[in-house]
Ligand binder design. Structure first.
Ligand SMILES: O=c1[nH]c(=O)c2[nH]c(=O)[nH]c2[nH]1
Length: 314
């Protein structure tokens, strides 16, 4: 331990002192917008970047010595400086640059985890306007990435959240358990709607191998998720989930596993009989809460699970 202020805790015999467990630190939610000027045509990348570093951090917690601490302020500055110096080709590549920098430039830092949320912007294509530098925030889902590096191996988990989809037919739900409290009626035609929240882990771990085409892979996964949702005749949201994840691992060899968290956005048929009207699967009440929550990981055969089960912590 390097010299530092002696605290009440560190003056006690080691066996009686509280033990420091897992710890990490860094700047959370650095919101960086990078404009790339290609003549009069501009491009923008809008990322919220969170840095979490860990390593030889006993002293700062136990003795009060900050000698090993790269400030969270410096980690924030690095995000903005790298945006200028290196540009942002993709969230994954930007995260890889940052993680490599923190681990290789600081002796005390042994692991860096970079989490990124990316917001999409579309060009405003107004008649007579100049679409080259005008953008509208896309109302689409958020793209996510988590990059972790320990100086040897990489872990890249990409994802998306809040991608809302709906099938207005092609979904049934029957044959379930009927216990004392079951009131749900069986249906052979229902609306199936969900908000796709998903993370997928790449098999790429080693600098010696070429990295995947991050943007191309992300777009392809999104397409497979949508197509599987649309193409699957659904007997349950669980079965649809498996079809969605399965299609991704079957079509994308660079992906080892995918986890999906799918809220069942219930649509209930409204009883119009009191008004003398027949409701032939036309008018639904879209319930807000509570909602069923269906979650599972789908793995390539032989793959080890690595995505945390609790997606909310990503
Ligand atoms: O697709 C579904 N899966 C369930 O487990 C479930 N439970 C429920 O009430 N509705 C549904 N729908």
């Amino acid at each position: 331990m390097t010299e530092g202020p002696t605290t009440e805790a560190s003056s006690r015999p080691a066996a009686t002192r509280p033990v420091l467990g897992q710890n990490q630190y860094g700047k959370a939610e650095c919101h960086v917008v990078r404009v790339t000027r290609d003549g009069a045509t501009h491009h923008i990348k809008d990322l919220v970047v969170s840095v979490a570093l860990s390593g030889d951090m006993e002293d700062v917690h136990l003795s009060g010595s900050n000698a090993n601490v790269l400030t969270t302020d410096a980690t924030k500055n690095t995000v903005f400086a790298f945006a200028k110096e290196r540009g942002i080709a993709s969230a994954e590549e930007f995260g890889i640059h940052l993680a490599r920098h923190f681990v290789t430039s600081q002796r005390a830092i042994h692991r860096a985890r970079i989490r990124i949320e990316e917001h999409a912007w579309d060009r405003i294509d107004a008649p007579g306007g100049d679409a080259r530098h005008s953008f509208v925030r896309a109302g689409r889902e958020t793209r996510t990435a988590q990059i972790t590096y320990d100086g040897t191996a990489w872990e890249v988990i990409s994802g998306l959240k809040d991608l809302v989809v709906l099938n207005s037919t092609g979904s049934e739900f029957r044959g379930f358990v009927k216990d004392h409290y079951t009131t749900l009626e069986e249906t052979d035609d229902r609306v199936l709607a969900t908000e796709v929240n998903s993370r997928w882990r790449y098999g790429w771990t080693d600098d010696a191998r070429p990295a995947p085409d991050w943007d191309g892979s992300w777009a392809a996964v999104r397409g497979h998720l949508l197509h599987a949702f649309a193409d699957t005749y659904s007997y349950s949201l669980q079965q649809t989930l498996h079809a969605m994840g399965g299609r991704v691992v079957e079509h994308r060899p660079e992906i080892e596993e995918i986890r999906l968290s799918l809220p069942n956005k219930h649509h209930f048929l409204v009883d119009l009989a009191p008004f003398g009207l027949k409701n032939d699967h036309e008018v639904y009440y879209a319930a807000d809460r509570p909602y069923g929550l269906i979650e599972a990981t789908v793995l390539r055969p032989g793959a080890e699970p690595g995505i945390p089960v609790d997606l909310t912590c990503l």
